[in-house]
Design a protein around this ligand. Structure first.
Ligand SMILES: NC(=O)c1ccc[n+]([C@@H]2O[C@H](COP(=O)([O-])OP(=O)(O)OC[C@H]3O[C@@H](n4cnc5c(N)ncnc54)[C@H](O)[C@@H]3O)[C@@H](O)[C@H]2O)c1
Length: 368
């Protein structure tokens, strides 16, 4: 594939990685697992020692300490942006302007305003912007979407989306963590966002949110806990909890449909066995048969998403999770903060361009 950002059918997707810290390993390993569909052509980091160690371990062919130089010299089709969140906007824009599709780690940017800017920089035929939200891509989530579409589960009525994780105070010693200006938020934006994205992928547009956020135990700028209830256009309602204070860690999503309860219990990724389906009385056969017939065998994770990203690029389609899908998830995150800090129910209209929570997740400033 030679034309940056709009790869043709011939040859592998040429991918580069920017930011060779903790998460980058998952990227390079997942890309290599895709075999000859992808060639990892370069790595970039401002920390030369870290870059060299990473390159040694993963046999990167070309190393750069500057993104712009890499974009000019290596001319990748696809750039995996694995840097701290405060850099995502600027680096993704640089990739898009150089003609490379940007696949950016969560959170995709710091605000809805930044999301608008990124979407505006895409081309109709590429390059595109996409976010790493890997939990959409395990077979369990895809199977649930298929089964929901058949109608056998009935309407979604009530959902639970709880990300109750544990992070000691030292975790927030890393300079970019726990700050509005570099991470964009606390566990709502940084941790629970994975499951919030999955919830939104399953339940669609939300219409109102009412929330609170607290600094309960950690010393940092952002919240360490948020609780929300969300109403969806379908009429479903959901409880959303995001915590970094919970010694027994768990990621839990539950949707009670008219004809079955579907539950997912995991921590940082799930397989098929982490899903449980409980049919309502009289619905056993229909629900169980539909569930058994769906996709299976794929764990949620970077590899699962990248397979879809690479396929989409090969077919000249925007890769998932697209800029508009990402913006929808970010809008719910912004809605949670807006409701918590303004102490009122928020609708998507309250987050329009020009409103405080469109520009920053904490609105106009400190809230505690
Ligand atoms: N999808 C997931 O499950 C998941 C899990 C963990 C982290 N993340 C996300 O991945 C991103 C990175 O997190 P991490 O834990 O790997 O962080 P990290 O601090 O370990 O790594 C970031 C790397 O970026 C480098 N860097 C900083 N400025 C740079 C610049 N201007 N140009 C190039 N490189 C630069 C740093 O030197 C460092 O090596 C964050 O957005 C985080 O939220 C996602």
């Amino acid at each position: 594939m030679s034309v940056s950002g709009a790869p043709g059918p011939a040859g592998p997707v040429r991918a580069a990685i920017v930011g060779t810290g903790n998460i980058a390993r998952y990227h390079v390993e997942a890309l290599r697992a895709l075999g000859r569909q992808v060639e990892v052509v370069a790595g970039v980091d401002v920390d030369e020692e870290r870059l060299a160690a990473f390159a040694d371990r993963h046999e990167l062919p070309a190393l750069f300490t500057d993104l712009g130089t890499m974009l000019r010299e290596a001319r990748p089709d696809l750039v995996h942006v694995c840097t701290p969140p405060g850099l995502h906007r600027e680096q993704a824009l640089a990739c898009l302007r150089a003609g490379a599709t940007a696949l950016v780690e969560k959170p995709p940017a710091l605000s809805l305003a930044e999301m608008d800017e990124l979407a505006a920089a895409e081309g109709a035929e590429g390059p595109w912007f996409a976010t790493v939200f890997q939990h959409r891509f395990g077979s369990g989530a895809r199977r649930l979407q298929e089964v929901m579409a058949t109608g056998v589960l009935g309407r979604p009525l009530v959902a639970i989306c709880h990300t109750t994780w544990f992070r000691e105070q030292e975790y927030f010693d890393v300079p970019w963590r726990g700050r509005w200006d570099t991470e964009g938020g606390g566990p709502t934006m940084g941790h629970g966002i994975h499951q919030i994205d999955l919830l939104v992928a399953l339940l669609g547009e939300w219409t109102s949110v009412s929330a609170l956020a607290r600094q309960q135990a950690r010393v940092m700028d952002t919240e360490d806990l948020s609780l929300a209830h969300v109403t969806f256009a379908s009429g479903a309602v959901a409880s959303v909890v995001n915590s970094v204070l919970s010694p027994r860690e768990e990621s839990y999503v539950r949707i009670d449909f008219e004809h079955a309860t579907v539950e997912l219990t995991h921590l940082y990724g799930y397989g098929d066995d982490d899903w449980r389906v409980t049919p309502a009385p009289g619905r056993e056969e229909a629900v169980v048969n539909a569930w058994k017939a769906g996709e299976s065998g794929v764990s949620s994770g970077h590899r699962a998403q990248f397979a879809h990203v690479v396929r989409a690029l090969g077919e000249h389609r925007p890769p998932p999770v697209t800029s508009s899908d990402s913006a929808r998830t970010m809008r719910l995150v912004a809605g949670i903060y807006a409701s918590a800090f303004e102490r009122r129910t928020i609708t998507p209209a309250d987050l329009a361009a020009g409103s405080p929570f469109h520009g920053r997740m904490d609105g106009s400033g400190p809230r505690w």
